[in-house]
Design a protein around this ligand. Structure first.
Ligand SMILES: NC(=O)c1ccc[n+]([C@@H]2O[C@H](COP(=O)([O-])OP(=O)(O)OC[C@H]3O[C@@H](n4cnc5c(N)ncnc54)[C@H](OP(=O)(O)O)[C@@H]3O)[C@@H](O)[C@H]2O)c1
Length: 262
């Protein structure tokens, strides 16, 4: 398909690269085009003019910061028509996009940065799409990793959990690596041991119907080594801390939508 990505920064660049690698024709825009030159290596064409890029496309991804969405929508107004408009901006409701693009087939989606390795979790809500359109959207999102259609009311919470999630998990990974260093492991060994452990545990969860507590209990031997580590984690209130992190990020996503100007 002909896809335009407006705002080829961190997430837009990942989207443009992933879709181009899947064989789509991709045009990406940003104001400072020099910073998007790396995308040309992957066959992505660059364009400065958002309106021109939107006119050319069949599908338009919106990947600018939430506070830039209104301005960009005004720029491309009239170029969207009935096209598929896919916004990845946190906290921007479909109703806001609908005002600027009354005829469009609108998708509000929240992926994460693991698009770069085709392992994103992308949740999406739709408005004005046929089942055929949904298949097209899922085809596009399959280039990012796993996707799931949800009701729009869940999008802020998804933003707080899996959109921001790679940041929380990175903090945990960094702590594990530091733990490895503390007990004398070489840096590279600690890094790979921590990352592969996280990957393996996530796979165990995804590929079975186990509750995480069951996986935890598979590792804990009574009186063994693991329970001493788990005891320390519990004393540090790790669960409350992670729950508070997701709650705070979700609330911020909700606040963003209340600060919108048309
Ligand atoms: N980062 C993530 O992990 C993540 C995950 C899920 C969703 N998101 C969402 O994705 C969006 C972008 O986040 P990000 O982290 O990728 O931010 P980012 O790296 O700052 O990317 C935004 C890009 O938009 C470009 N831009 C700004 N104004 C523009 C305009 N008028 N026309 C065209 N391009 C314009 C900027 O480049 P110039 O300054 O050169 O124009 C910038 O590269 C946000 O709405 C965020 O909520 C991000």
């Amino acid at each position: 398909m002909k896809v335009t990505v407006i705002g080829a920064g961190m997430i837009g660049g990942a989207v443009a690269k992933a879709l181009s690698e899947e064989g789509h024709e991709v045009v990406a825009t940003r104001r400072n085009l020099e910073k998007a030159r790396w995308l040309e290596e992957y066959g992505v064409k660059l364009e400065r003019n958002n309106r021109k890029a939107a006119e050319w496309a069949e599908v338009v991804f919106l990947t600018v910061k939430p506070n830039k969405v209104g301005k960009v929508m005004r720029e491309i107004e009239g170029a969207i028509g009935r096209k598929l408009l896919i916004s990845l901006a946190a906290g921007i409701p479909i109703s806001f996009l609908r005002k600027a693009a009354p005829m469009a087939r609108i998708v509000r989606a929240m992926p994460n940065i693991a698009i770069l390795v085709k392992e994103s979790f992308t949740a999406y809500a739709v408005d004005g799409l046929s089942e055929e359109d949904v298949k097209i959207v899922e085809g596009l999102f399959s280039a990012f990793g796993r996707c799931l259609r949800v009701e729009e009311e869940h999008m802020d919470a998804i933003t707080g959990l899996s959109g921001s999630g790679p940041a929380y998990v990175s903090v945990f990974l960094e702590s594990m690596i530091y733990g490895g260093l503390k007990v004398g492991l070489p840096r590279d060994m600690a890094r790979i041991a921590a990352a592969q452990t996280l990957l393996g545990t996530a796979k165990l969860l995804l590929e079975s119907s186990e509750h995480p507590a069951e996986i935890r209990d598979m590792v804990i031997t009574p009186g063994g080594t693991t329970i001493d580590g788990v005891f320390e984690l519990e004393e540090g209130k790790i669960r409350t801390t992670v729950m508070k992190a997701i709650d705070a990020s979700t609330k911020k996503s909700r606040i963003l939508s209340t600060r919108l100007s048309p």
